[in-house]
Design a protein around this ligand. Structure first.
Ligand SMILES: [Zn+2]
Length: 89
């Protein structure tokens, strides 16, 4: 089983993590009408790059989200980055 590094908790089993989104996707403005295709594309169409991918993940144990850069070919985690400045228990 692979382990992922949570920026707050350290190395944990991959089953404790949930993929949230590819980094860089912009949520459509929902204050104006949006057609189903546009919304569906936002939700389900991913770049799914071969190689380096920057993604938003959640560690389910601490409920924190963070950026994880990983190599989709060899599954190596290249970097994790907290999305807020400080952590308090
Ligand atoms: Zn954590």
């Amino acid at each position: 089983m692979q382990q992922f590094p949570c920026p707050y908790c350290g190395l944990r089993n991959e089953t404790e993590f949930h993929f949230a989104a590819e980094s860089g996707k912009t949520r459509p403005d929902t204050n104006t009408p949006i057609d189903d295709k546009h919304w569906s594309d936002y939700l389900y169409q991913n770049y799914n790059p071969k190689g380096t991918s920057k993604e938003v993940w959640m560690h389910l144990a601490c409920r924190e989200v963070f950026l994880m850069t990983r190599d989709t070919v060899n599954m190596d985690v290249l970097e994790v980055q907290a999305l807020r400045g400080e952590h308090h228990d």
